[in-house]
Design a protein around this ligand. Structure first.
Ligand SMILES: O=P(O)(O)OC[C@H]1O[C@H](OP(=O)(O)OP(=O)(O)O)[C@H](O)[C@@H]1O
Ligand SMILES: [Mg+2]
Length: 179
């Protein structure tokens, strides 16, 4: 285990098993449709690539880059779109893929924006949800795990751009961000 990690919350095996379940459910729910899978960079990349391979059906890939945390463990409340989707979403079945919903602020901006652009449907898949920290309610269609109120890293999630490549989800030691 990495020296900055206090505890492993979800192992590689637990994540892989849950991603397979979510992929099977999405495959059923979208039978006969093509999904425009929209990953929110950068945190969602790892979940996105695993989830996409767990879906048995036609899928297009697109990505949007937003940032609100920067070098902090608290949301700034300002969502900056650094890169928009390449696809026109009008008439498409959009499935947003996120790594985590924490305050809900990021998704509360993105979901209405994609609906306004004329998407036929906009649904949301997240690997993690931290309900204790929610400031804005966002309906989640596919949720991997509910987690307690702790700052987690790994499997795509970062603190100050580090730890994204850890293969598990771990709780970061407080001393790493309080110094
Ligand atoms: O529900 P919220 O409180 O809005 O938090 C969730 C968002 O924050 C993180 O992104 P971040 O801004 O850290 O960018 P990153 O994905 O590049 O790390 C995470 O990947 C989600 O997009
Ligand atoms: Mg981040």
């Amino acid at each position: 285990m990495h020296q900055d990690i206090k505890e492993i919350l979800l192992t590689e095996e637990q994540i892989a098993a849950r991603v397979r379940e979510l992929g099977a459910q999405i495959t059923k729910d979208y039978a006969g449709k093509t999904i425009l899978l929209c990953g929110i960079l950068k945190g969602a990349v790892t979940f996105f690539t695993d989830l996409a391979r767990a879906i048995d059906g036609p899928v297009y890939f697109d990505f949007m880059s937003c940032s609100s945390y920067g070098a902090s463990t608290e949301s700034s409340g300002d969502i900056e779109i650094r890169k928009d989707l390449d696809n026109d979403v009008e008439g498409k079945d959009v499935l947003i893929v996120e790594d985590i919903i924490d305050t809900g602020i990021t998704l509360s901006h993105l979901v209405p924006m994609l609906k306004e652009r004329g998407a036929r449907s906009v649904k949301l898949a997240t690997l993690l949800s931290k309900p204790a920290r929610r400031q804005v309610e966002v309906p989640v269609d596919y949720n991997g795990f509910e987690i307690p109120d702790a700052f987690v890293v790994g499997y795509g999630l970062d603190y100050n751009s580090c730890y994204r490549n850890l293969p598990y989800i771990g709780v970061l030691k407080e001393e790493v961000y309080s110094k």
